[in-house]
Every structure is written in structure tokens, then in C-alpha cells.
Write a protein that binds this ligand. Sequence first.
Ligand SMILES: *[C@@H]1O[C@H](CO)[C@@H](O)[C@H](O)[C@H]1NC(C)=O
Ligand SMILES: *[C@@H]1O[C@H](CO)[C@@H](O)[C@H](O)[C@H]1NC(C)=O
Length: 275
Amino acid sequence: MHLKVLQLAIVAIAFISSSTGSASLERIINGSAAQPKELPYQVYFYAFVVPLGWAKSCGGSIISPRLILTAAHCLKGDITHIDVYFGANNLTNIEEKGQQRLLLDISHVVLHEGYDPNTFINDIALIKLPADLQFDDYIQPVALPEDDLTSYSHRAAIASGWGLVDFVNRRRTDILQKLDVMVMSNNECSAELLKRVPGKFFTSSFICLLPPKGTGPCKGDSGGPLVVKDSFDKPLLIGITSHCPVYMCEKGVPSVYTRVSSYLDWIEQARIYQW
Ligand SMILES: *[C@@H]1O[C@H](CO)[C@@H](O)[C@H](O)[C@H]1NC(C)=O
Ligand SMILES: *[C@@H]1O[C@H](CO)[C@@H](O)[C@H](O)[C@H]1NC(C)=O
């Protein structure tokens, strides 16, 4: 069994998602376009409140035939449905080769019970699919870390998403964007954040990026993947795009991701939980 393509009648307004002034991450600025099949673990979804309208556009990562890992802040609130895009490169091209869409109700979502929107601690959630994904060149899972022993600091990483490509003009892109970035150590990150935001909450289950100048530090779509390549050049999911402590976070401020390796037990629990 595999997932059927479900097409919403109102696909054209998918991009009228609300752009709140919150500091959740919704942009890849100065990244480059990903090729089809290049990041096959990346999904896109929008969450919406029926009948009020659209709520949020977010990214996520396929971690098994039945599970998508994303951020809790993407799915918290009065959301009733989510429309998930798999295998997509050009989001607006509904006939794109390899792209599949699936409409799910909120019962398929497991939010971390300890998520706190003020601190962004435990900003992690799972979307449980009702049937196995059929993997192909366009749709593939990404591996999870095996343990919580590696810091990944100063490792080269890749962030990706369909977020804003131009913060000032709030310009979006149809095409999946990726960005090469460097992981900061948590000590560097918390020091840097505290310098700019006195009292900023920081915890070991965060992992931070400070991309090179001119690309802007807030890279990625909320909920989307941060990966490193393992020794076999396979992507390994180390972060979930979470937040930036400053609203205009392009200007040299670290962006904060949820550290996936801190949640391996939670993911395992949520995986076996039957709803
Ligand atoms: C994406 O798809 C839409 C709809 O088919 C098309 O109009 C647009 O030109 C495509 N974008 C790019 C950059 O190919
Ligand atoms: C993108 O990079 C260029 C060159 O490094 C820089 O001049 C420009 O300001 C950057 N754009 C944004 C939106 O950060």
C-alpha cells in the first residue's frame, strides 16, 4: 500500500500563509536552488484551521516510511488539517514528476508534551502517516543520529526549505533552497546569544548555526532539516529548524535548531504510541 496523491481544490492560495512577527524561522536567504531528488527527505506542509484559513507553512524530514519529524511550533494551535508535500522541488507545480501530496487531519500529529513557545524548548513534533510511504528517487528517509555523544560543532551542514528568500520584501520561492552552513558549539552559541539577548534561555538540546556573512544566519524553514554528511556521504539529520532570538535575525545572530540527538528516546516513544 502506498499513499495516494490528494489534491486540494485551493492549492493556489497555499502561499497566503500568515507571516507572524514571531521569531520562528521561515527563510533561506542567499541559498541556492536544490535540484530535484537532491534532498529527498525534505517535505513541505501547510497547516490550516478550517474554516478560518491557512495557518503556517513549514518543512519536515522523512525519518521512516510512516514518520515525519518537524517542529512543535509549526503544529501548535487550532490546527485541524495539514497538507504534506513529498518529493517536491517546485511547490507550485502540482504535476511535478515525483511530487505527492497528502491531506491529513490533526489526529496524525504528536507534539512534544514539554514544548514551551516562550523558550522554544522541546520544539519537536511527529506526523504519523496512515500508510507506508513508497520510497523512490524523489522520496527517501534521512538517518537519525545513533546516540547523543557527538556535538557536531564546527561540522559543515546543510539547511534547506522553501522559506522566504528575501526577508525585507517577504519574497518566497517555488523552488527548494539549500544553504551550506557551519554548526557552532553550544558554548559559543549561548555566549553569542546572551550578548545580544540578555537572559536568553539556552539548553543543551539546542544546536546553533552561524552562517557566513551575507547569507544571513536565519536559514531554513521552520520544522525543516539540518543535516551533516556521515562518513559514507549519507545525510544524517542533526537539527530541526526552530527559532531565532531576534526578529530581524539576518544580521549575524545564530539561529537555533532542535538537537535531534537529544530526542532519540522521545522519537522512539512517539513511534510506538498508538492513537
Ligand atoms: C514552478 O511551477 C510553476 C507551475 O507549473 C511554474 O509556473 C513556474 O515557472 C515553476 N517555477 C520554476 C522556477 O520553474
Ligand atoms: C546576499 O549576499 C550578497 C553578497 O554576499 C549580499 O550583498 C546580500 O546583502 C545578501 N542578501 C541578503 C538578503 O542577505
